[in-house]
Design a protein around this ligand. Structure first.
Ligand SMILES: CC(C)(COP(=O)(O)OP(=O)(O)OC[C@H]1O[C@@H](n2cnc3c(N)ncnc32)[C@H](O)[C@@H]1OP(=O)(O)O)[C@@H](O)C(=O)NCCC(=O)NCCS
Length: 171
């Protein structure tokens, strides 16, 4: 499997996967992906198997340049290629990009999307709210999830480590 940044030439293949995996949820068209890929503040990565696009993920960098935050715009793996670790490889790219800038990450996910929720939780995302009827036309609810920045996670580990050490000394 190969990874590379997606370009306008990949927009049709991306939209084809999107139409299948997000059928019934207003899947993004080729034109939407063309706009997404062209934004200076987005990063889209694709996974290719023998030259065929099998998954993609997109991240937007928002906020001040010296203190950015990141939003996962999408992640999807073609139906016949799911559960082979491709989603994790793509997610690795997104979290790496955010950690390079020490930024928090945010995303929305359907509250009933068990697969995506398990993936996000495994990267340290936590639920911070519910957006009622976020997805149209289904009216499905979304969780907003957040992943702490690298320095926030390091600070937490430091504090937790200190607590654990103190508990250890007191026992
Ligand atoms: C979510 C998605 C991208 C995961 O991609 P994938 O390549 O199948 O995932 P991986 O094989 O890399 O698995 C990574 C982790 O995701 C979770 N996961 C993936 N599929 C799962 C399933 N069917 N049930 C439960 N957990 C699942 C697990 O935590 C898994 O880790 P594990 O293998 O150690 O248990 C894929 O299911 C998908 O494209 N779904 C449709 C589109 C979508 O819902 N995107 C998210 C929108 S918010």
């Amino acid at each position: 499997m190969e990874l590379r940044e997606l370009t306008a030439a990949d927009a049709a293949a991306t939209a084809a996967i999107e139409a299948d995996v997000f059928a019934g949820e207003t899947p993004w068209s080729r034109d939407v992906f063309l706009v997404e890929f062209a934004h200076p503040y987005t990063f889209y990565v694709g996974a290719f198997d023998d030259g065929e696009l099998v998954g993609y993920a997109g991240l937007a960098k928002l906020g001040p340049a010296d203190d950015p935050e990141f939003e996962v715009h999408t992640i999807a793996v073609a139906r016949g290629h799911q559960r082979r670790g491709i989603g994790r490889v793509l997610m690795d790219q997104l979290v790496h990009a955010a950690d390079m800038h020490d930024g928090q990450m945010f995303l929305e996910v359907r509250t009933d999307n068990t697969a995506a929720l398990a993936l996000y939780v495994s990267y340290g995302f936590i639920e911070i709210g519910v957006r009622k009827g976020y997805y149209q036309p289904t009216g499905a609810d979304a969780y907003t999830m957040m992943r702490a920045s690298l320095s926030e996670r390091a600070e937490r580990e430091h504090v937790d480590g200190s607590d654990a050490a103190q508990e250890g000394r007191g026992a």
